[in-house]
Design a binder for this molecule. Sequence first.
Ligand code: 5GP
Length: 202
Amino acid sequence: MKGSILLISGPSGSGKSSLMKELLARTPDSYFSISTTTRAIREGEVDGVNYHYITKEAFERDIEEGFFLEWANVHDNYYGTSLRPVTRELEQGKLVVFDIDVQGHAIAKEKFGDIITSVFITTPNLQTLRDRLEARNTDSREVIDKRLANATVEMKRIGEYSYLVINDDFQVALDGLMAIATSVRQKISLMDTKSFIDQWGL
Ligand code: 5GP
């Protein structure tokens, strides 16, 4: 089995992080690609677990040094995926899980093509997303408005993804996501077909 990438996008507040956490816990040989960001750390988040939190200056230096596989400016902050750990885990045959936005998805698709399976996670409608962001109580009104505006822009690009998961009922959404992850593992294009055929004695 060669490594593969499960790339997940979706608006903040869609329940994407909780779904991904469950997916990673239930999937052996999976690895979460920890992004680097310049946004402020939120309550409950841990540096080096949710993100690597760095300054704008350090981020711009890393861009120049070719540290990122992709990076983007989302809601006025930088977010980027580091190249080295992803390559290392792919070489070990892992299922590497990305949580990146639509801009990052377009770049990653160009770079990795076939080994990426992409999923867009969202709420059934905009009002549900607004309600969840407000209930979360971690962002100011201004930040929530910015996230909702960004969500409507992202939603228009769902046609670029392979799968859509609507997170209305958490368990149903998780079952859908798990089914997608399982199917990725069974893609013939990612398998070492030669050794399997040899094993058959053919
Ligand atoms: P949040 O601030 O809610 O954690 O994330 C905001 C947005 O940034 C989300 O849409 C998330 O998918 C995206 N994001 C997180 N990490 C990366 C990354 O490494 N690259 C890109 N392009 N987007 C990212």
